[in-house]
Design a protein around this ligand. Structure first.
Ligand SMILES: NC(=O)CCC(=O)C(=O)O
Length: 300
């Protein structure tokens, strides 16, 4: 589905929130992180009043580490037409509040979600400006890597993987959602494109080993594979060497593969005007979606 009512441009704001301190207690660290996110979004929107869709980072209110996902987890409602009940979900409460108070679409980073069976997921919720949940993406590919002496991480020690490809409809067209490591999988991005996506949004948190090597180039790759805008939003880097050293560098790539904006490692925000006429033009002039030969290279 395309954009409705002739909307072909919209402002996209990425908020690179401060790192969540790992040495504070859970309640204090979460409250501080949620306050910091609220404040940064407010500043970002004041600086860019054209922002219609706002993005937060992966685990923006939980230190990124396997030992933290359980203590920081909370129940998370499913997509629903009404404003969700947030009595048990402090992060979701703040996300509803941000979407409603600024009247924006909000891709709410990710939160550590506990389901009714006690499983924990890395989950992104998307809100419309009324504060209703319009999409829920559970990270599909868990971040399990081992680069000895540099970066070893095993999300699967505590997290379960989601099982769905996620897109949602907005007045600005169809938007696809993945989380961080999901960006490495071209097939997921192509599947979102096949469902009509024009913009792919990944809350993420690469690190100082894989970030400089792969972060930007993966986003450019996904943008060229799909001829979509690709946005990745990271937390800022912690100065405490004991914490996960997030790469930062939230960025947006256009469908031509050009990096339109990129932050450094510090907290801040990045704004881009997404231009769907330009996207259409790129897709018309280089019509790869019509030239595919799936009979030759369909993957199992
Ligand atoms: N949070 C993540 O999924 C990290 C992914 C990452 O760093 C990578 O290299 O991939």
């Amino acid at each position: 589905m395309g954009s409705e009512g002739g909307v072909t441009k919209f402002g996209l704001l990425l908020c690179q929130t401060p790192p969540v301190p790992s040495k504070k207690g859970v309640a204090e660290a979460k409250t501080d992180a949620l306050e910091a996110a609220k404040k940064l979004v407010g500043e970002g929107i004041a600086a860019h009043p054209g922002a219609k869709m706002v993005v937060l980072p992966e685990m923006f209110a939980c230190p990124y580490g396997t030992k933290f996902f359980e203590p920081f987890c909370e129940p998370v409602p499913d997509a629903q037409a009404a404003e969700p009940n947030t009595d048990q979900s402090p992060s979701v409460k703040v996300l509803v509040d941000i979407a409603k108070s600024h009247g924006v679409w909000l891709v709410g980073g990710s939160v550590s979600e506990r389901d009714s069976a006690g499983k924990i997921y890395n989950t992104c919720l998307v809100f419309n400006p009324q504060g209703h949940i319009v999409a829920k993406h559970r990270k599909v590919h868990l971040f399990d890597i081992d680069i000895p002496g540099k970066m070893t991480f095993k999300e699967s020690e505590t997290l379960s993987a989601g099982g769905q490809v996620t897109t949602f409809e907005s007045p600005f067209g169809t938007i696809g959602v993945g989380i961080c490591y999901d960006v490495r999988f071209a097939e997921l991005a192509l599947s979102m494109r096949q469902r009509g996506a024009q913009v792919l949004i990944y809350p993420g948190a690469f690190n100082t080993t894989t970030g400089p090597a792969h972060w930007r180039i993966l986003c450019q790759g996904r943008a060229l594979d799909t001829q979509c805008y690709v946005a990745v939003c990271s937390p800022a880097r912690s100065e405490d060497a004991g914490d996960y050293p997030a790469w930062g560098h939230s960025l947006v790539v256009d469908p031509w593969g050009e990096v339109k904006v990129e932050l450094d490692e510090k907290p801040g925000f990045a704004f881009v005007d997404v231009d769907l006429d330009y996207l259409k033009d790129v897709r018309t002039r280089v019509p790869i979606s019509m030239q595919k030969r799936p009979e030759l290279y369909e993957l199992k």
